[in-house]
Design a protein around this ligand. Structure first.
Ligand code: NAG
Ligand code: ZN
Ligand code: ZN
Length: 388
């Protein structure tokens, strides 16, 4: 994967934004991150492949899949998606005779997730006799309390599973290097939920600084230097001219940083890795909306709703906002909503007032921009002007 080209586009598309129950306006969790044409998925709930078909995310471009935790609403869509993405077919019980079994070739899909991700995929593919036309590999983020090696299943690898899946141990309580190439890197940390859960931080390598070409032109003209050195300066290089003058390109500036969290009631462990993220995606499963939500119980208060939400492993908008402030995030996207909170707020005024109220609650402890995710919401993450 060495030699990924610089990122012109970094685009996020929400494919599913529901918590436990999907509703008529939200499907189960999945998020597509597009790095130019390549697609990375974060979580893969039920019906993710249908959502992909209905979006402009290209199934064939999925390169990596990051799973936050193995709760069904985040992983039930993975096996059918792999079968489609890797040209799967139903096999026979004695599949060794099946000619398609020899088609395992091409670049593997790389899947990352906590302990159990590999076993879940292996068992699901094996017992459904699913054949894949291309390989996959699973890298697991192992906690100190997990076995440090082994596959967590007694089944042998599926015929399409490559044997080089890593079991990545923690360093100082985090996974600082889950993946990296020359342009982008991924780190992760455990975040607290009712089961082991992971948050991911995607960081773009430093990008060329802001260039003011006018500044260089007199020197280049005087020394009759080809204007083409401008592109080297733009990359931050220093260039020595024929008369000994040295021109320095603008220093590189930080690339973009995205923190994509799974379900959590306390993501403290990822605070340092996620610090100054340009975008924080944080769940907000439940909120106290006394006048707007007809399901509100008379005895409910902000405190009781928050205590109940936490006890189930989840967060309120206020908790998400407080965490965004703590890490100095530039923007917050709330995600993973209870079925009570409709996702058609762009067309329905009642839904709109509800989602606006949720965003306002997030803003009680956070001054930056807050967006409530909805299915098929898509936007580019740009390098902010302030990155100097
Ligand atoms: C959720 O997925 C199902 C199955 O593809 C689809 O019928 C439904 O319209 C989707 N709902 C939303 C809100 O996208
Ligand atoms: Zn969930
Ligand atoms: Zn969960």
């Amino acid at each position: 994967m060495a030699g990924r080209r610089g990122l012109t586009t970094l685009n996020l598309t929400f494919l599913g934004t529901a918590s436990a129950q999907p509703s008529s306006t939200r499907n189960h969790s999945a998020l597509a991150l597009r790095l130019n044409a390549d697609v990375w998925l974060f979580d893969c709930g039920e019906a993710t492949q249908h959502q992909i078909q209905r979006s402009n995310v290209k199934m064939g471009k999925i390169e990596k899949i990051f799973i936050t935790h193995t709760h069904g609403d985040h992983i039930f869509g993975l096996l059918p998606l792999l079968a489609s993405r890797l040209n799967g077919a139903g096999g026979t019980a004695d599949g060794v005779e099946d000619p398609r079994i020899h088609m395992v070739q091409g670049d593997p899909i790389e899947i990352y997730g906590p302990l159990g991700t590999r076993a879940y995929i292996r068992n699901g593919l094996t017992y459904t006799h699913t054949l894949l036309g291309a390989p996959y590999v699973v890298h697991e983020l192992r906690l100190p309390s997990d076995p440090s090696d082994g596959d967590h299943t007694s089944l042998p690898p599926h015929v399409s599973e490559l044997p080089n899946g890593r079991n990545i141990p923690q360093t100082n309580g985090v996974w600082p290097d889950v993946y990296h190439d020359n342009i982008v890197s991924v780190a992760a940390a455990p975040i607290l939920h009712s089961v082991p859960c992971v948050g991911y931080v995607v960081t773009e390598a430093p990008v060329p600084g802001k260039m003011n070409p006018v500044k260089y032109i007199p020197d280049l003209k005087r020394t009759k230097t080809a204007m083409s050195v401008m592109s080297r300066l733009q990359q931050g290089e220093s260039v020595e001219l024929s008369d000994g003058t040295i021109l320095h390109g603008p220093p590189r500036r930080p690339g973009r940083k995205l923190a994509i969290l799974g379900d959590t009631y306390d993501p403290s462990s990822i605070a340092e890795l996620a610090s100054s993220a340009d975008l924080l995606i944080h769940e907000a499963t439940n909120a106290h909306l006394p006048t707007l939500d007809p399901n509100t119980k008379v005895e409910d208060t902000f405190e009781s709703v928050e205590a109940r939400t936490k006890s189930r492993g989840h967060s309120t908008p206020q908790m998400a906002g407080a965490f965004a402030t703590r890490i100095g995030a530039r923007q917050l996207v709330l995600n993973h909503f209870s079925a009570r909170y409709p996702g058609n707020d762009h067309i329905d005024p009642v839904a709109k007032s509800m989602m606006e109220a949720i965003a306002r609650l997030g803003g009680e402890h956070y001054g930056g921009k807050i967006t409530c995710a909805r299915d098929f919401m898509s936007f580019d993450v740009n390098i902010p002007e302030e990155h100097v």
